[in-house]
Design a protein around this ligand. Structure first.
Ligand SMILES: Nc1ncnc2c1ncn2[C@@H]1O[C@H](COP(=O)(O)OP(=O)(O)OP(=O)(O)O)[C@@H](O)[C@H]1O
Length: 407
């Protein structure tokens, strides 16, 4: 079992001396500097004496600084009406770690919580160190109140869309129409690029369908208990395409449905001539209509300032901050509410004469300065997350990270 301990010290006590001190006494092999208050440091001591993490292995020896309401967590946790938090940003910045730690914090604050991954490359299972795969709700072990996780299977979502559209205007219908010599309708199909849409669905479609599916779940009574829903979304590019997707799909599906009317009359005319049963398109059309309605709901949810907030997660590099600025601009254009910016993986001030650390920190401070001068980002509540030198995995570690970030 691994054990973690928190200890505060004066800043003059370097991690190397702590490492020596605890290695001899407690088999502590890793000492990570977590954050600095003006006169205090918090160190995380990670023992590899044991094989697995568990809750009781965390020992908080003292707390460094009074908890400040930096992130406005009081506001995030207030009220029992359902709220959605979507965490998004560039790949690898720590979206999953931040989303999972927020979900743990909500659950420990009394909210039955659901954390959902719509990123095709799921990492919730890795983050919680529990198997959460399978596309259904899985209870997360550890928090004080119910916390469930859901990793949506993107391939399944895409297949659902394909089967819903295939018989109602997809390539199957196209071939059929060509066979019947109904050139005019084939042209319309071509214009809609339906074949392309079905064979290579636009990026973001999986995620839109995944979110739509979650919303469908959440409407049913057995899910009414969840008062906080945290989405770990796919990287920025996907999110941006996702936002423009409902409009695109709305228009496309609207056209498909109109086209369907024409096809239905054409097929019933053929049926009456040849006396043959044509495959019923009613089911597919109904499915499409439901999908369209759900897409509209997803769009509305993204824009609902009372129920939803998109939290941008970034790291202190020029590239990540520039991308976050573009993301914020696009979200603004789409009227998606954004109030908070998490800057994760900030190096604490160097306690040793490590030149690399000093340079890196200087570089990060320059990037942090950029935020203050960025027209898109400067107005957001800035939440700073430290870079820790142990991997954040499992509920105790996520609780620990959550208590640093979400306060
Ligand atoms: N504050 C931190 N300190 C140290 N390591 C961190 C921190 N935040 C995240 N990490 C580590 O960085 C890696 C990527 O984190 P995470 O999976 O949360 O990022 P992500 O943005 O969700 O990635 P992806 O875009 O690939 O889904 C993980 O190994 C995680 O443990």
């Amino acid at each position: 079992m691994a054990s973690f301990s928190l200890i505060t010290s004066t800043s003059s006590l370097a991690s190397s001396s702590l490492r020596k001190l605890f290695t001899s006494r407690n088999s502590v092999t890793t000492v990570g500097l977590l954050s600095f208050a003006p006169k205090t440091s918090i160190f995380i001591l990670h023992s590899i004496k044991h094989k697995a993490y568990n809750k009781s292995s965390f020992r908080v020896m003292s707390v460094a600084a009074p908890v400040e309401d930096v992130a406005g967590f009081d506001d995030m946790v207030a009220g029992t009406q359902r709220k959605y938090y979507m965490l998004g940003g560039k790949g690898g910045v720590g979206k999953t770690s931040c989303a999972a730690s927020l979900a743990v914090k909500f659950a420990n604050s009394g909210h039955p919580t659901l954390v959902v991954s719509t990123d095709p490359a799921h990492s919730l299972s890795d983050s919680f160190a529990q198997d959460l795969t399978g596309g259904t709700l899985v209870p997360v072990e550890g928090p004080e109140n119910p916390l469930f996780a859901l990793e949506i299977n993107p391939d399944k979502s895409r297949e659902e869309f394909r089967s819903a559209t295939q018989t109602s205007g997809g390539t199957g219908v196209k071939d059929f129409m060509e066979g019947m010599g109904l050139g005019m309708l084939v042209e319309q199909l071509g214009e809609l690029k339906l074949g392309e849409l079905l064979d290579t669905p636009p990026p973001g479609l999986d995620e839109a369908i995944a979110i739509a599916k979650v919303m469908q779940f959440l409407e049913s009574p057995e899910y009414s208990m969840f008062t906080r829903i945290v989405f770990d979304t796919a990287p920025t590019g996907h999110t941006l395409r996702l936002l423009s997707l409902p409009d695109f799909l709305d228009a496309s599906i609207g056209k498909i449905l109109k086209l369907r009317q024409k096809i239905t009359s054409a097929t019933s005319a053929i049926k009456s001539v040849f006396g043959q049963e044509q495959p019923s398109q009613q089911d597919a059309a109904d499915k499409l209509e439901r999908l369209r309605e759900r897409m509209i709901k997803v769009r509305e949810l993204f824009r609902d300032t009372d129920a939803t907030e998109f939290v941008i997660v970034t790291i202190p590099t020029v590239m990540a901050i520039s991308e976050s600025s573009r993301l914020r601009a696009s979200l603004k254009k789409e009227n998606v509410p954004v109030n908070r910016l998490v800057v994760n993986q900030i190096l604490p001030p160097s306690t040793s004469d490590c030149k690399f650390c000093a340079m890196k920190r200087k570089d990060q401070l320059r990037a942090l300065d950029m935020i203050q001068n960025d027209p898109e980002l400067s107005s957001l509540t800035l939440i700073q997350g430290p870079l820790v030198d142990v991997e954040i995995r499992g509920v105790p570690a996520l609780k620990f990270l959550g208590d640093i970030i979400w306060k």
